[in-house]
Design a protein around this ligand. Structure first.
Ligand code: NAG
Ligand code: NAG
Ligand code: NAG
Ligand code: NAG
Ligand code: NAG
Ligand code: NAG
Length: 442
């Protein structure tokens, strides 16, 4: 087994000696292929437990409980749901099919991840049926995982005093669950209600939709249609044939060629560090050159109002911003969290407003189009209209039934009054969460 603690995914890929096929064909492995990253772990401090002991899950009042219905609109009789999160004491909890929290533990004498063999799968009824259960208490950093088949979860005490739940990875083609078609939604429930998030920032997998009923009425995010994955893969292959970039390799298939999921370019670069490396270079140079002579106006949509930015000696500087911006590279643009887009402690409100608006304008390629000198200001019909652009985001949005669900980290940037692409729902008093598996019902 290889435990890669907090190494960059690029380093992990190098250690694994990956040679990636086109598109990526998954090869599910065993414990030796489990990769530990911050994206796919949930950590518990073991301070309130002795070694090898399970925490006692909290008993909760009715007010903390939430009814969940899962509607199976996917033509499969082997759909399973897994629910993972942290209870209000910070203990890792998984819901069992009997409706109670299971608290996993780990063997303290080994740093090898151990598969959870206790039954934490909740079987979902056949195509066309609804299965209901109740979340027993508030929980945070939660995920509802939905799989056509089974997923494998692991526990490990990877550093002293910390128990990690190691979850399936969408990005690792050798993950033990890699050949299963799965997806998740992220949620937290607490005294301020429910926050639930359907997102394609890292990948598009098994199509899921969410609906929350509560004191704010009924709200939904419909998600992508059931055949979206194969359509997205086809469109990405067409784009790759036209510009020679590895868009088609964002698609992961099983060994029979069935498309399973599509990973975001940022995550693909974590496997193949040289991918897209010069894709944005001349566009970035053109943008920088434009703003040497003409100001770029960022609408902070906050107290600072409109701020002008200009390029001097290769750095973009904005009025009132605590620091400037160097030219971004491809991974910075796709990920929005590195290079000039990395947020540092001490960054002021102007900086915190400029980063998302700059990065969104790159991903949507809206700088050099008419009206693009004010960001954000353009209608979504101007997004993704020039090359280079983030074709993953462009194409994923085309298959969202209601235009909702982030396809890159700052996809909620929009001019005042514009449509909000966020797949996030909040309700202060939720009464029912419904998850639809297999795309919208109509
Ligand atoms: C959990 O702990 C592991 C091992 O210490 C670490 O690599 C991982 O990043 C942590 N996960 C989170 C979400 O912080
Ligand atoms: C924890 O489990 C390991 C392996 O079974 C065992 O060697 C160790 O003695 C246990 N520790 C305690 C405190 O029970
Ligand atoms: C814990 O791990 C040690 C070392 O690998 C092993 O010898 C032991 O059998 C394990 N104990 C349990 C309860 O799995
Ligand atoms: C929604 O999910 C995306 C991707 O997982 C994440 O980047 C974002 O922070 C989440 N938003 C909230 C409010 O949880
Ligand atoms: C920002 O630049 C625009 C375009 O040149 C100009 O009209 C505006 O007055 C500038 N705003 C400030 C605050 O300098
Ligand atoms: C978009 O909607 C989400 C969820 O309601 C909200 O958190 C976010 O602030 C909104 N974004 C904008 C730019 O209005």
């Amino acid at each position: 087994m290889r435990v890669f603690q907090n190494l960059s995914a690029a380093t992990i890929a190098a250690l694994l000696g990956h040679t990636l096929a086109v598109p990526i064909v998954v090869h599910p492995g065993g414990v030796n292929d489990v990769v530990i990253t911050s994206q796919d772990t949930l950590n518990e401090t073991l301070s309130n437990q002795g070694p090898n002991q399970s925490a006692t899950p909290l008993s909760a009042s009715d007010a903390e409980q939430l009814s969940v219905s899962v509607y199976n609109n996917f033509d499969s009789d082997s759909v399973n749901v897994y629910i993972t999160g942290l209870d209000s004491d910070g203990n890792i909890v998984c819901l069992t099919s009997s409706g109670t929290w299971y608290t996993p533990t780990a063997n303290t004498s080994t740093t090898t991840p151990q598969e959870i063999t206790d039954d934490i799968a909740i079987p979902i009824g056949a195509y066309g049926t609804t299965t209901s259960f109740t979340l027993p208490s508030y929980f945070s950093s939660g995920r509802v995982w939905v799989a056509d088949g089974e997923l494998t979860f692991w526990t490990v005490i990877a550093s002293t005093g910390v128990l990690s739940l190691v979850e399936p990875s969408a990005v690792n083609p050798d993950d033990p669950s890699a050949s299963t078609n799965w997806g998740f939604v992220e949620l937290t429930t607490d005294s301020s209600g429910i926050t639930i998030n359907l997102s394609y920032v890292d990948f598009v997998g098994l199509p899921l939709g969410i609906e929350v009923q509560g004191s704010d009425g009924t709200q939904s995010v419909l998600g992508v249609s059931v055949d979206a994955i194969s359509s997205i893969c086809t469109d990405l292959a067409t784009q790759a044939a036209s510009d020679g970039q590895p868009w088609n390799e964002l698609c992961m298939t099983d060994t029979s060629g069935n498309a399973l999921r599509v990973i975001a370019p940022y995550d693909y670069i974590s496997l193949e560090p040289d991918a897209f490396d010069t894709y944005w270079t001349s566009y970035v140079a053109d943008v920088w050159s434009q703003y040497e002579t003409t100001p770029l106006t960022i609408d902070t949509q906050a107290a600072a109002g409109l701020v002008n930015c200009t390029v001097t000696s290769g750095t973009l500087n904005c009025a009132g911003d605590n620091r400037g911006y160097a030219q971004p590279v491809a991974s910075d643009i796709f990920g929005c969290n590195s290079g000039p887009f990395a947020i540092e402690s001490g960054d002021n409100d102007v900086h915190l407003a400029v980063v998302p608006r700059l990065c969104a304008a790159f991903d949507r390629s809206t700088f050099l189009v008419s009206g693009g000198n004010v960001q954000p200001s353009l209608d979504s019909s101007s997004y993704y209209t020039t090359t280079p652009t983030n074709y993953y985001s462009k194409i994923v949005h085309q298959y969202e039934s209601d235009g909702k669900g982030y396809a890159f980290a700052y996809d909620d940037v929009t001019p005042d009054g514009g449509p909000n692409a966020s797949g996030l729902l909040n309700d202060p008093n939720p009464t029912l969460l419904t998850i639809t598996v297999g795309g919208p019902t109509s």
